[in-house]
Design a protein around this ligand. Structure first.
Ligand SMILES: Nc1ncnc2c1ncn2[C@@H]1O[C@H](COP(=O)(O)OP(=O)(O)O)[C@@H](O)[C@H]1O
Ligand SMILES: [Mg+2]
Length: 357
């Protein structure tokens, strides 16, 4: 097991990258601590697979260094890194039994058959495969096949980390949930670092101790799920994390205060902020409503979507700005109704040039 550190590590698929734009992974410093669960989250094409493959060694980065426990492994082969990688589609031998699939990596390493039997039994117990050990792998369901792919990586007794590249894509939602839980359980039992690549924020947030958000080849923010939710470092993270995404409002500057007309806020400390590209961000969960009173922001309900526990209100502020509120309120809310909208000062985020101020 190892701490994995990226030191100014980047990759361009072009031989002579002229500028940052040519990098699928822009140079980044990042540490994956030993034993934690991570999610690497971002939209399709943002560089997740590129980063993962540089860690496993399928790809040699064009830039920077990769360290395992301080040791430079940038130029080493995949075999020397002891990384187990699971891909979007299960990689298994359909002609072999489950047991045969799990034994094979050890047979290739010339393990003693007795030791192979013992190790396969351990992994089978860990992944709860005992009942299907002697079935042909082709008869398994998609999630079982992914467990076998994982098992083939885990049988080796020297695994530094498990990297999973969108492994749940082919699995139906209920099984996704149970497989994700199983992955976490395996992490707790074995202490093996796990990095799960996904473009699905709820998958990332429910799986990982820490989520690394990427966009456009660049790491945007890394933190615990609640940090990403409460304090997104930029508007991309505010938008990508949370459903609905963060609301962004126009800001005016008045002397030493920032003014947000849509929410009728006029006393946000300005500090050193300059007029121009300022925005106020508020999560839909952090806005509340009540019947109109003499003061406070007024907004008109344009739509109300009932999600069972939550309601999503679409609202139009008096100044014409559009925003959403997520609420647990039980009462019926009619379209066209006017509501007073409020927010706690601690939940008002100020962004300058798209970055949290
Ligand atoms: N082998 C390759 N050659 C050239 N460009 C590639 C190659 N693989 C990926 N890319 C490009 O690099 C960018 C990042 O891709 P990728 O890491 O696969 O993203 P993700 O896994 O987040 O969907 C994309 O623009 C993609 O088109
Ligand atoms: Mg990918």
């Amino acid at each position: 097991m190892a701490e994995i550190a990226l030191k100014n590590l980047g990759h361009s698929y072009f031989a002579n990258p002229k500028s940052e734009e040519y990098y699928a992974l822009k140079p980044v410093d990042l540490v994956w601590e030993d034993g934690k669960t991570y999610a690497l989250l971002g939209p399709s094409g943002c560089g997740k697979t590129t980063m993962l493959n540089t860690i496993s060694g399928l790809l040699h980065p064009s830039h920077g260094q990769l360290l395992f426990d301080g040791r430079d492994v940038t130029q080493t082969s995949t075999a020397e890194r002891n990384i187990a990688q699971v891909f979007q589609f299960p990689v298994i031998y359909t002609t072999k039994t489950v047991r045969g699939n799990l034994s094979f990596p050890l047979e290739c390493r010339n393990w003693d058959p007795k030791d192979i039997g013992k190790r396969v039994a351990e992994v089978s117990e860990l992944l709860e495969l005992d009942d299907i050990l002697d079935l042909p792998a082709r008869r398994l369901t998609a999630d079982q096949k992914q467990l076998i792919s994982l098992g083939r990586g885990l049988v080796r007794d020297d695994v530094s980390a498990v990297l999973l590249d969108e492994p749940l894509t082919v699995i139906d939602p209920q099984m996704k949930f149970s497989l994700r839980r199983k992955l976490r359980e395996i992490n707790r039992q074995t202490g093996i670092t796990m990095i799960l690549v996904t473009h699905d924020q709820s998958e990332a947030m429910s799986f990982a101790d820490e989520v690394v958000v990427m966009n456009d080849g660049r790491v945007q923010q890394s933190g615990r799920p609640e940090q990403l939710f409460e304090r997104p470092e930029n508007t991309f993270v505010g938008y990508f994390i949370g459903s609905p995404p963060i609301n962004l409002f126009n800001v005016d500057v008045r002397n030493d205060s920032l003014v947000c007309p849509a929410l009728d806020l006029s006393d946000i400390p300005r500090g050193q902020l300059q007029p121009g590209s300022l925005q106020i961000g508020v999560r839909p969960e952090h806005l509340s409503f009540s019947d109109p009173t003499d003061n406070g922001a007024l907004a008109t309900v344009e739509a109300c979507e009932d999600l069972g526990i939550d309601k999503i209100l679409s609202l139009r502020a008096a100044n014409g700005e559009f925003f959403k509120v997520k609420s647990r309120a039980r009462q019926k809310i009619d379209i066209g109704r006017k509501l007073a909208i409020s927010v706690a000062a601690k939940d008002v985020l100020v962004f300058q040039d798209g970055k949290l101020a």
